[in-house]
Design a protein. Sequence first.
Length: 146
Amino acid sequence: MPVGHAERASAPCGSGRSLWFSTKLHGRPPGEPWDTVDWDRDPQWPWTSAAQDSPGDLYDLWRAAVVGSRAAIDEALADGGLDRRLVWQPEVGDGGERSSLRRVLVDLIEEYARHVGHADLIRESIDGLVGEDPSGVPAVYPVREP
């Protein structure tokens, strides 16, 4: 399965989520594997790189992205709450108002809503769990500790 499909199935795994939560929110590199890709040599890398990866490898990547995203959000919430502004957002230009964490989270929720049905089909083909709140959720799913 191409990682592009895994990105949709397991967002915030994708490079877009890493870009938002690492780079735009905190001004940090996106981290592995996104910052080691030779994008000039292989601009289609997100859509082709995981074709031979096992479901376990994809879950590991997804799990790490979930944990990293949660940590980045928690850090931003502690440093300004939902009104905290992105530190890097080149699309607004010099002097433009950068988006808040609140706006980013709402945008990502909207994006999830558009793709969740597709994501379920892909995930179901990997782990076999179907329906709402299936029993036997695999231990690979990251659970936030209280």
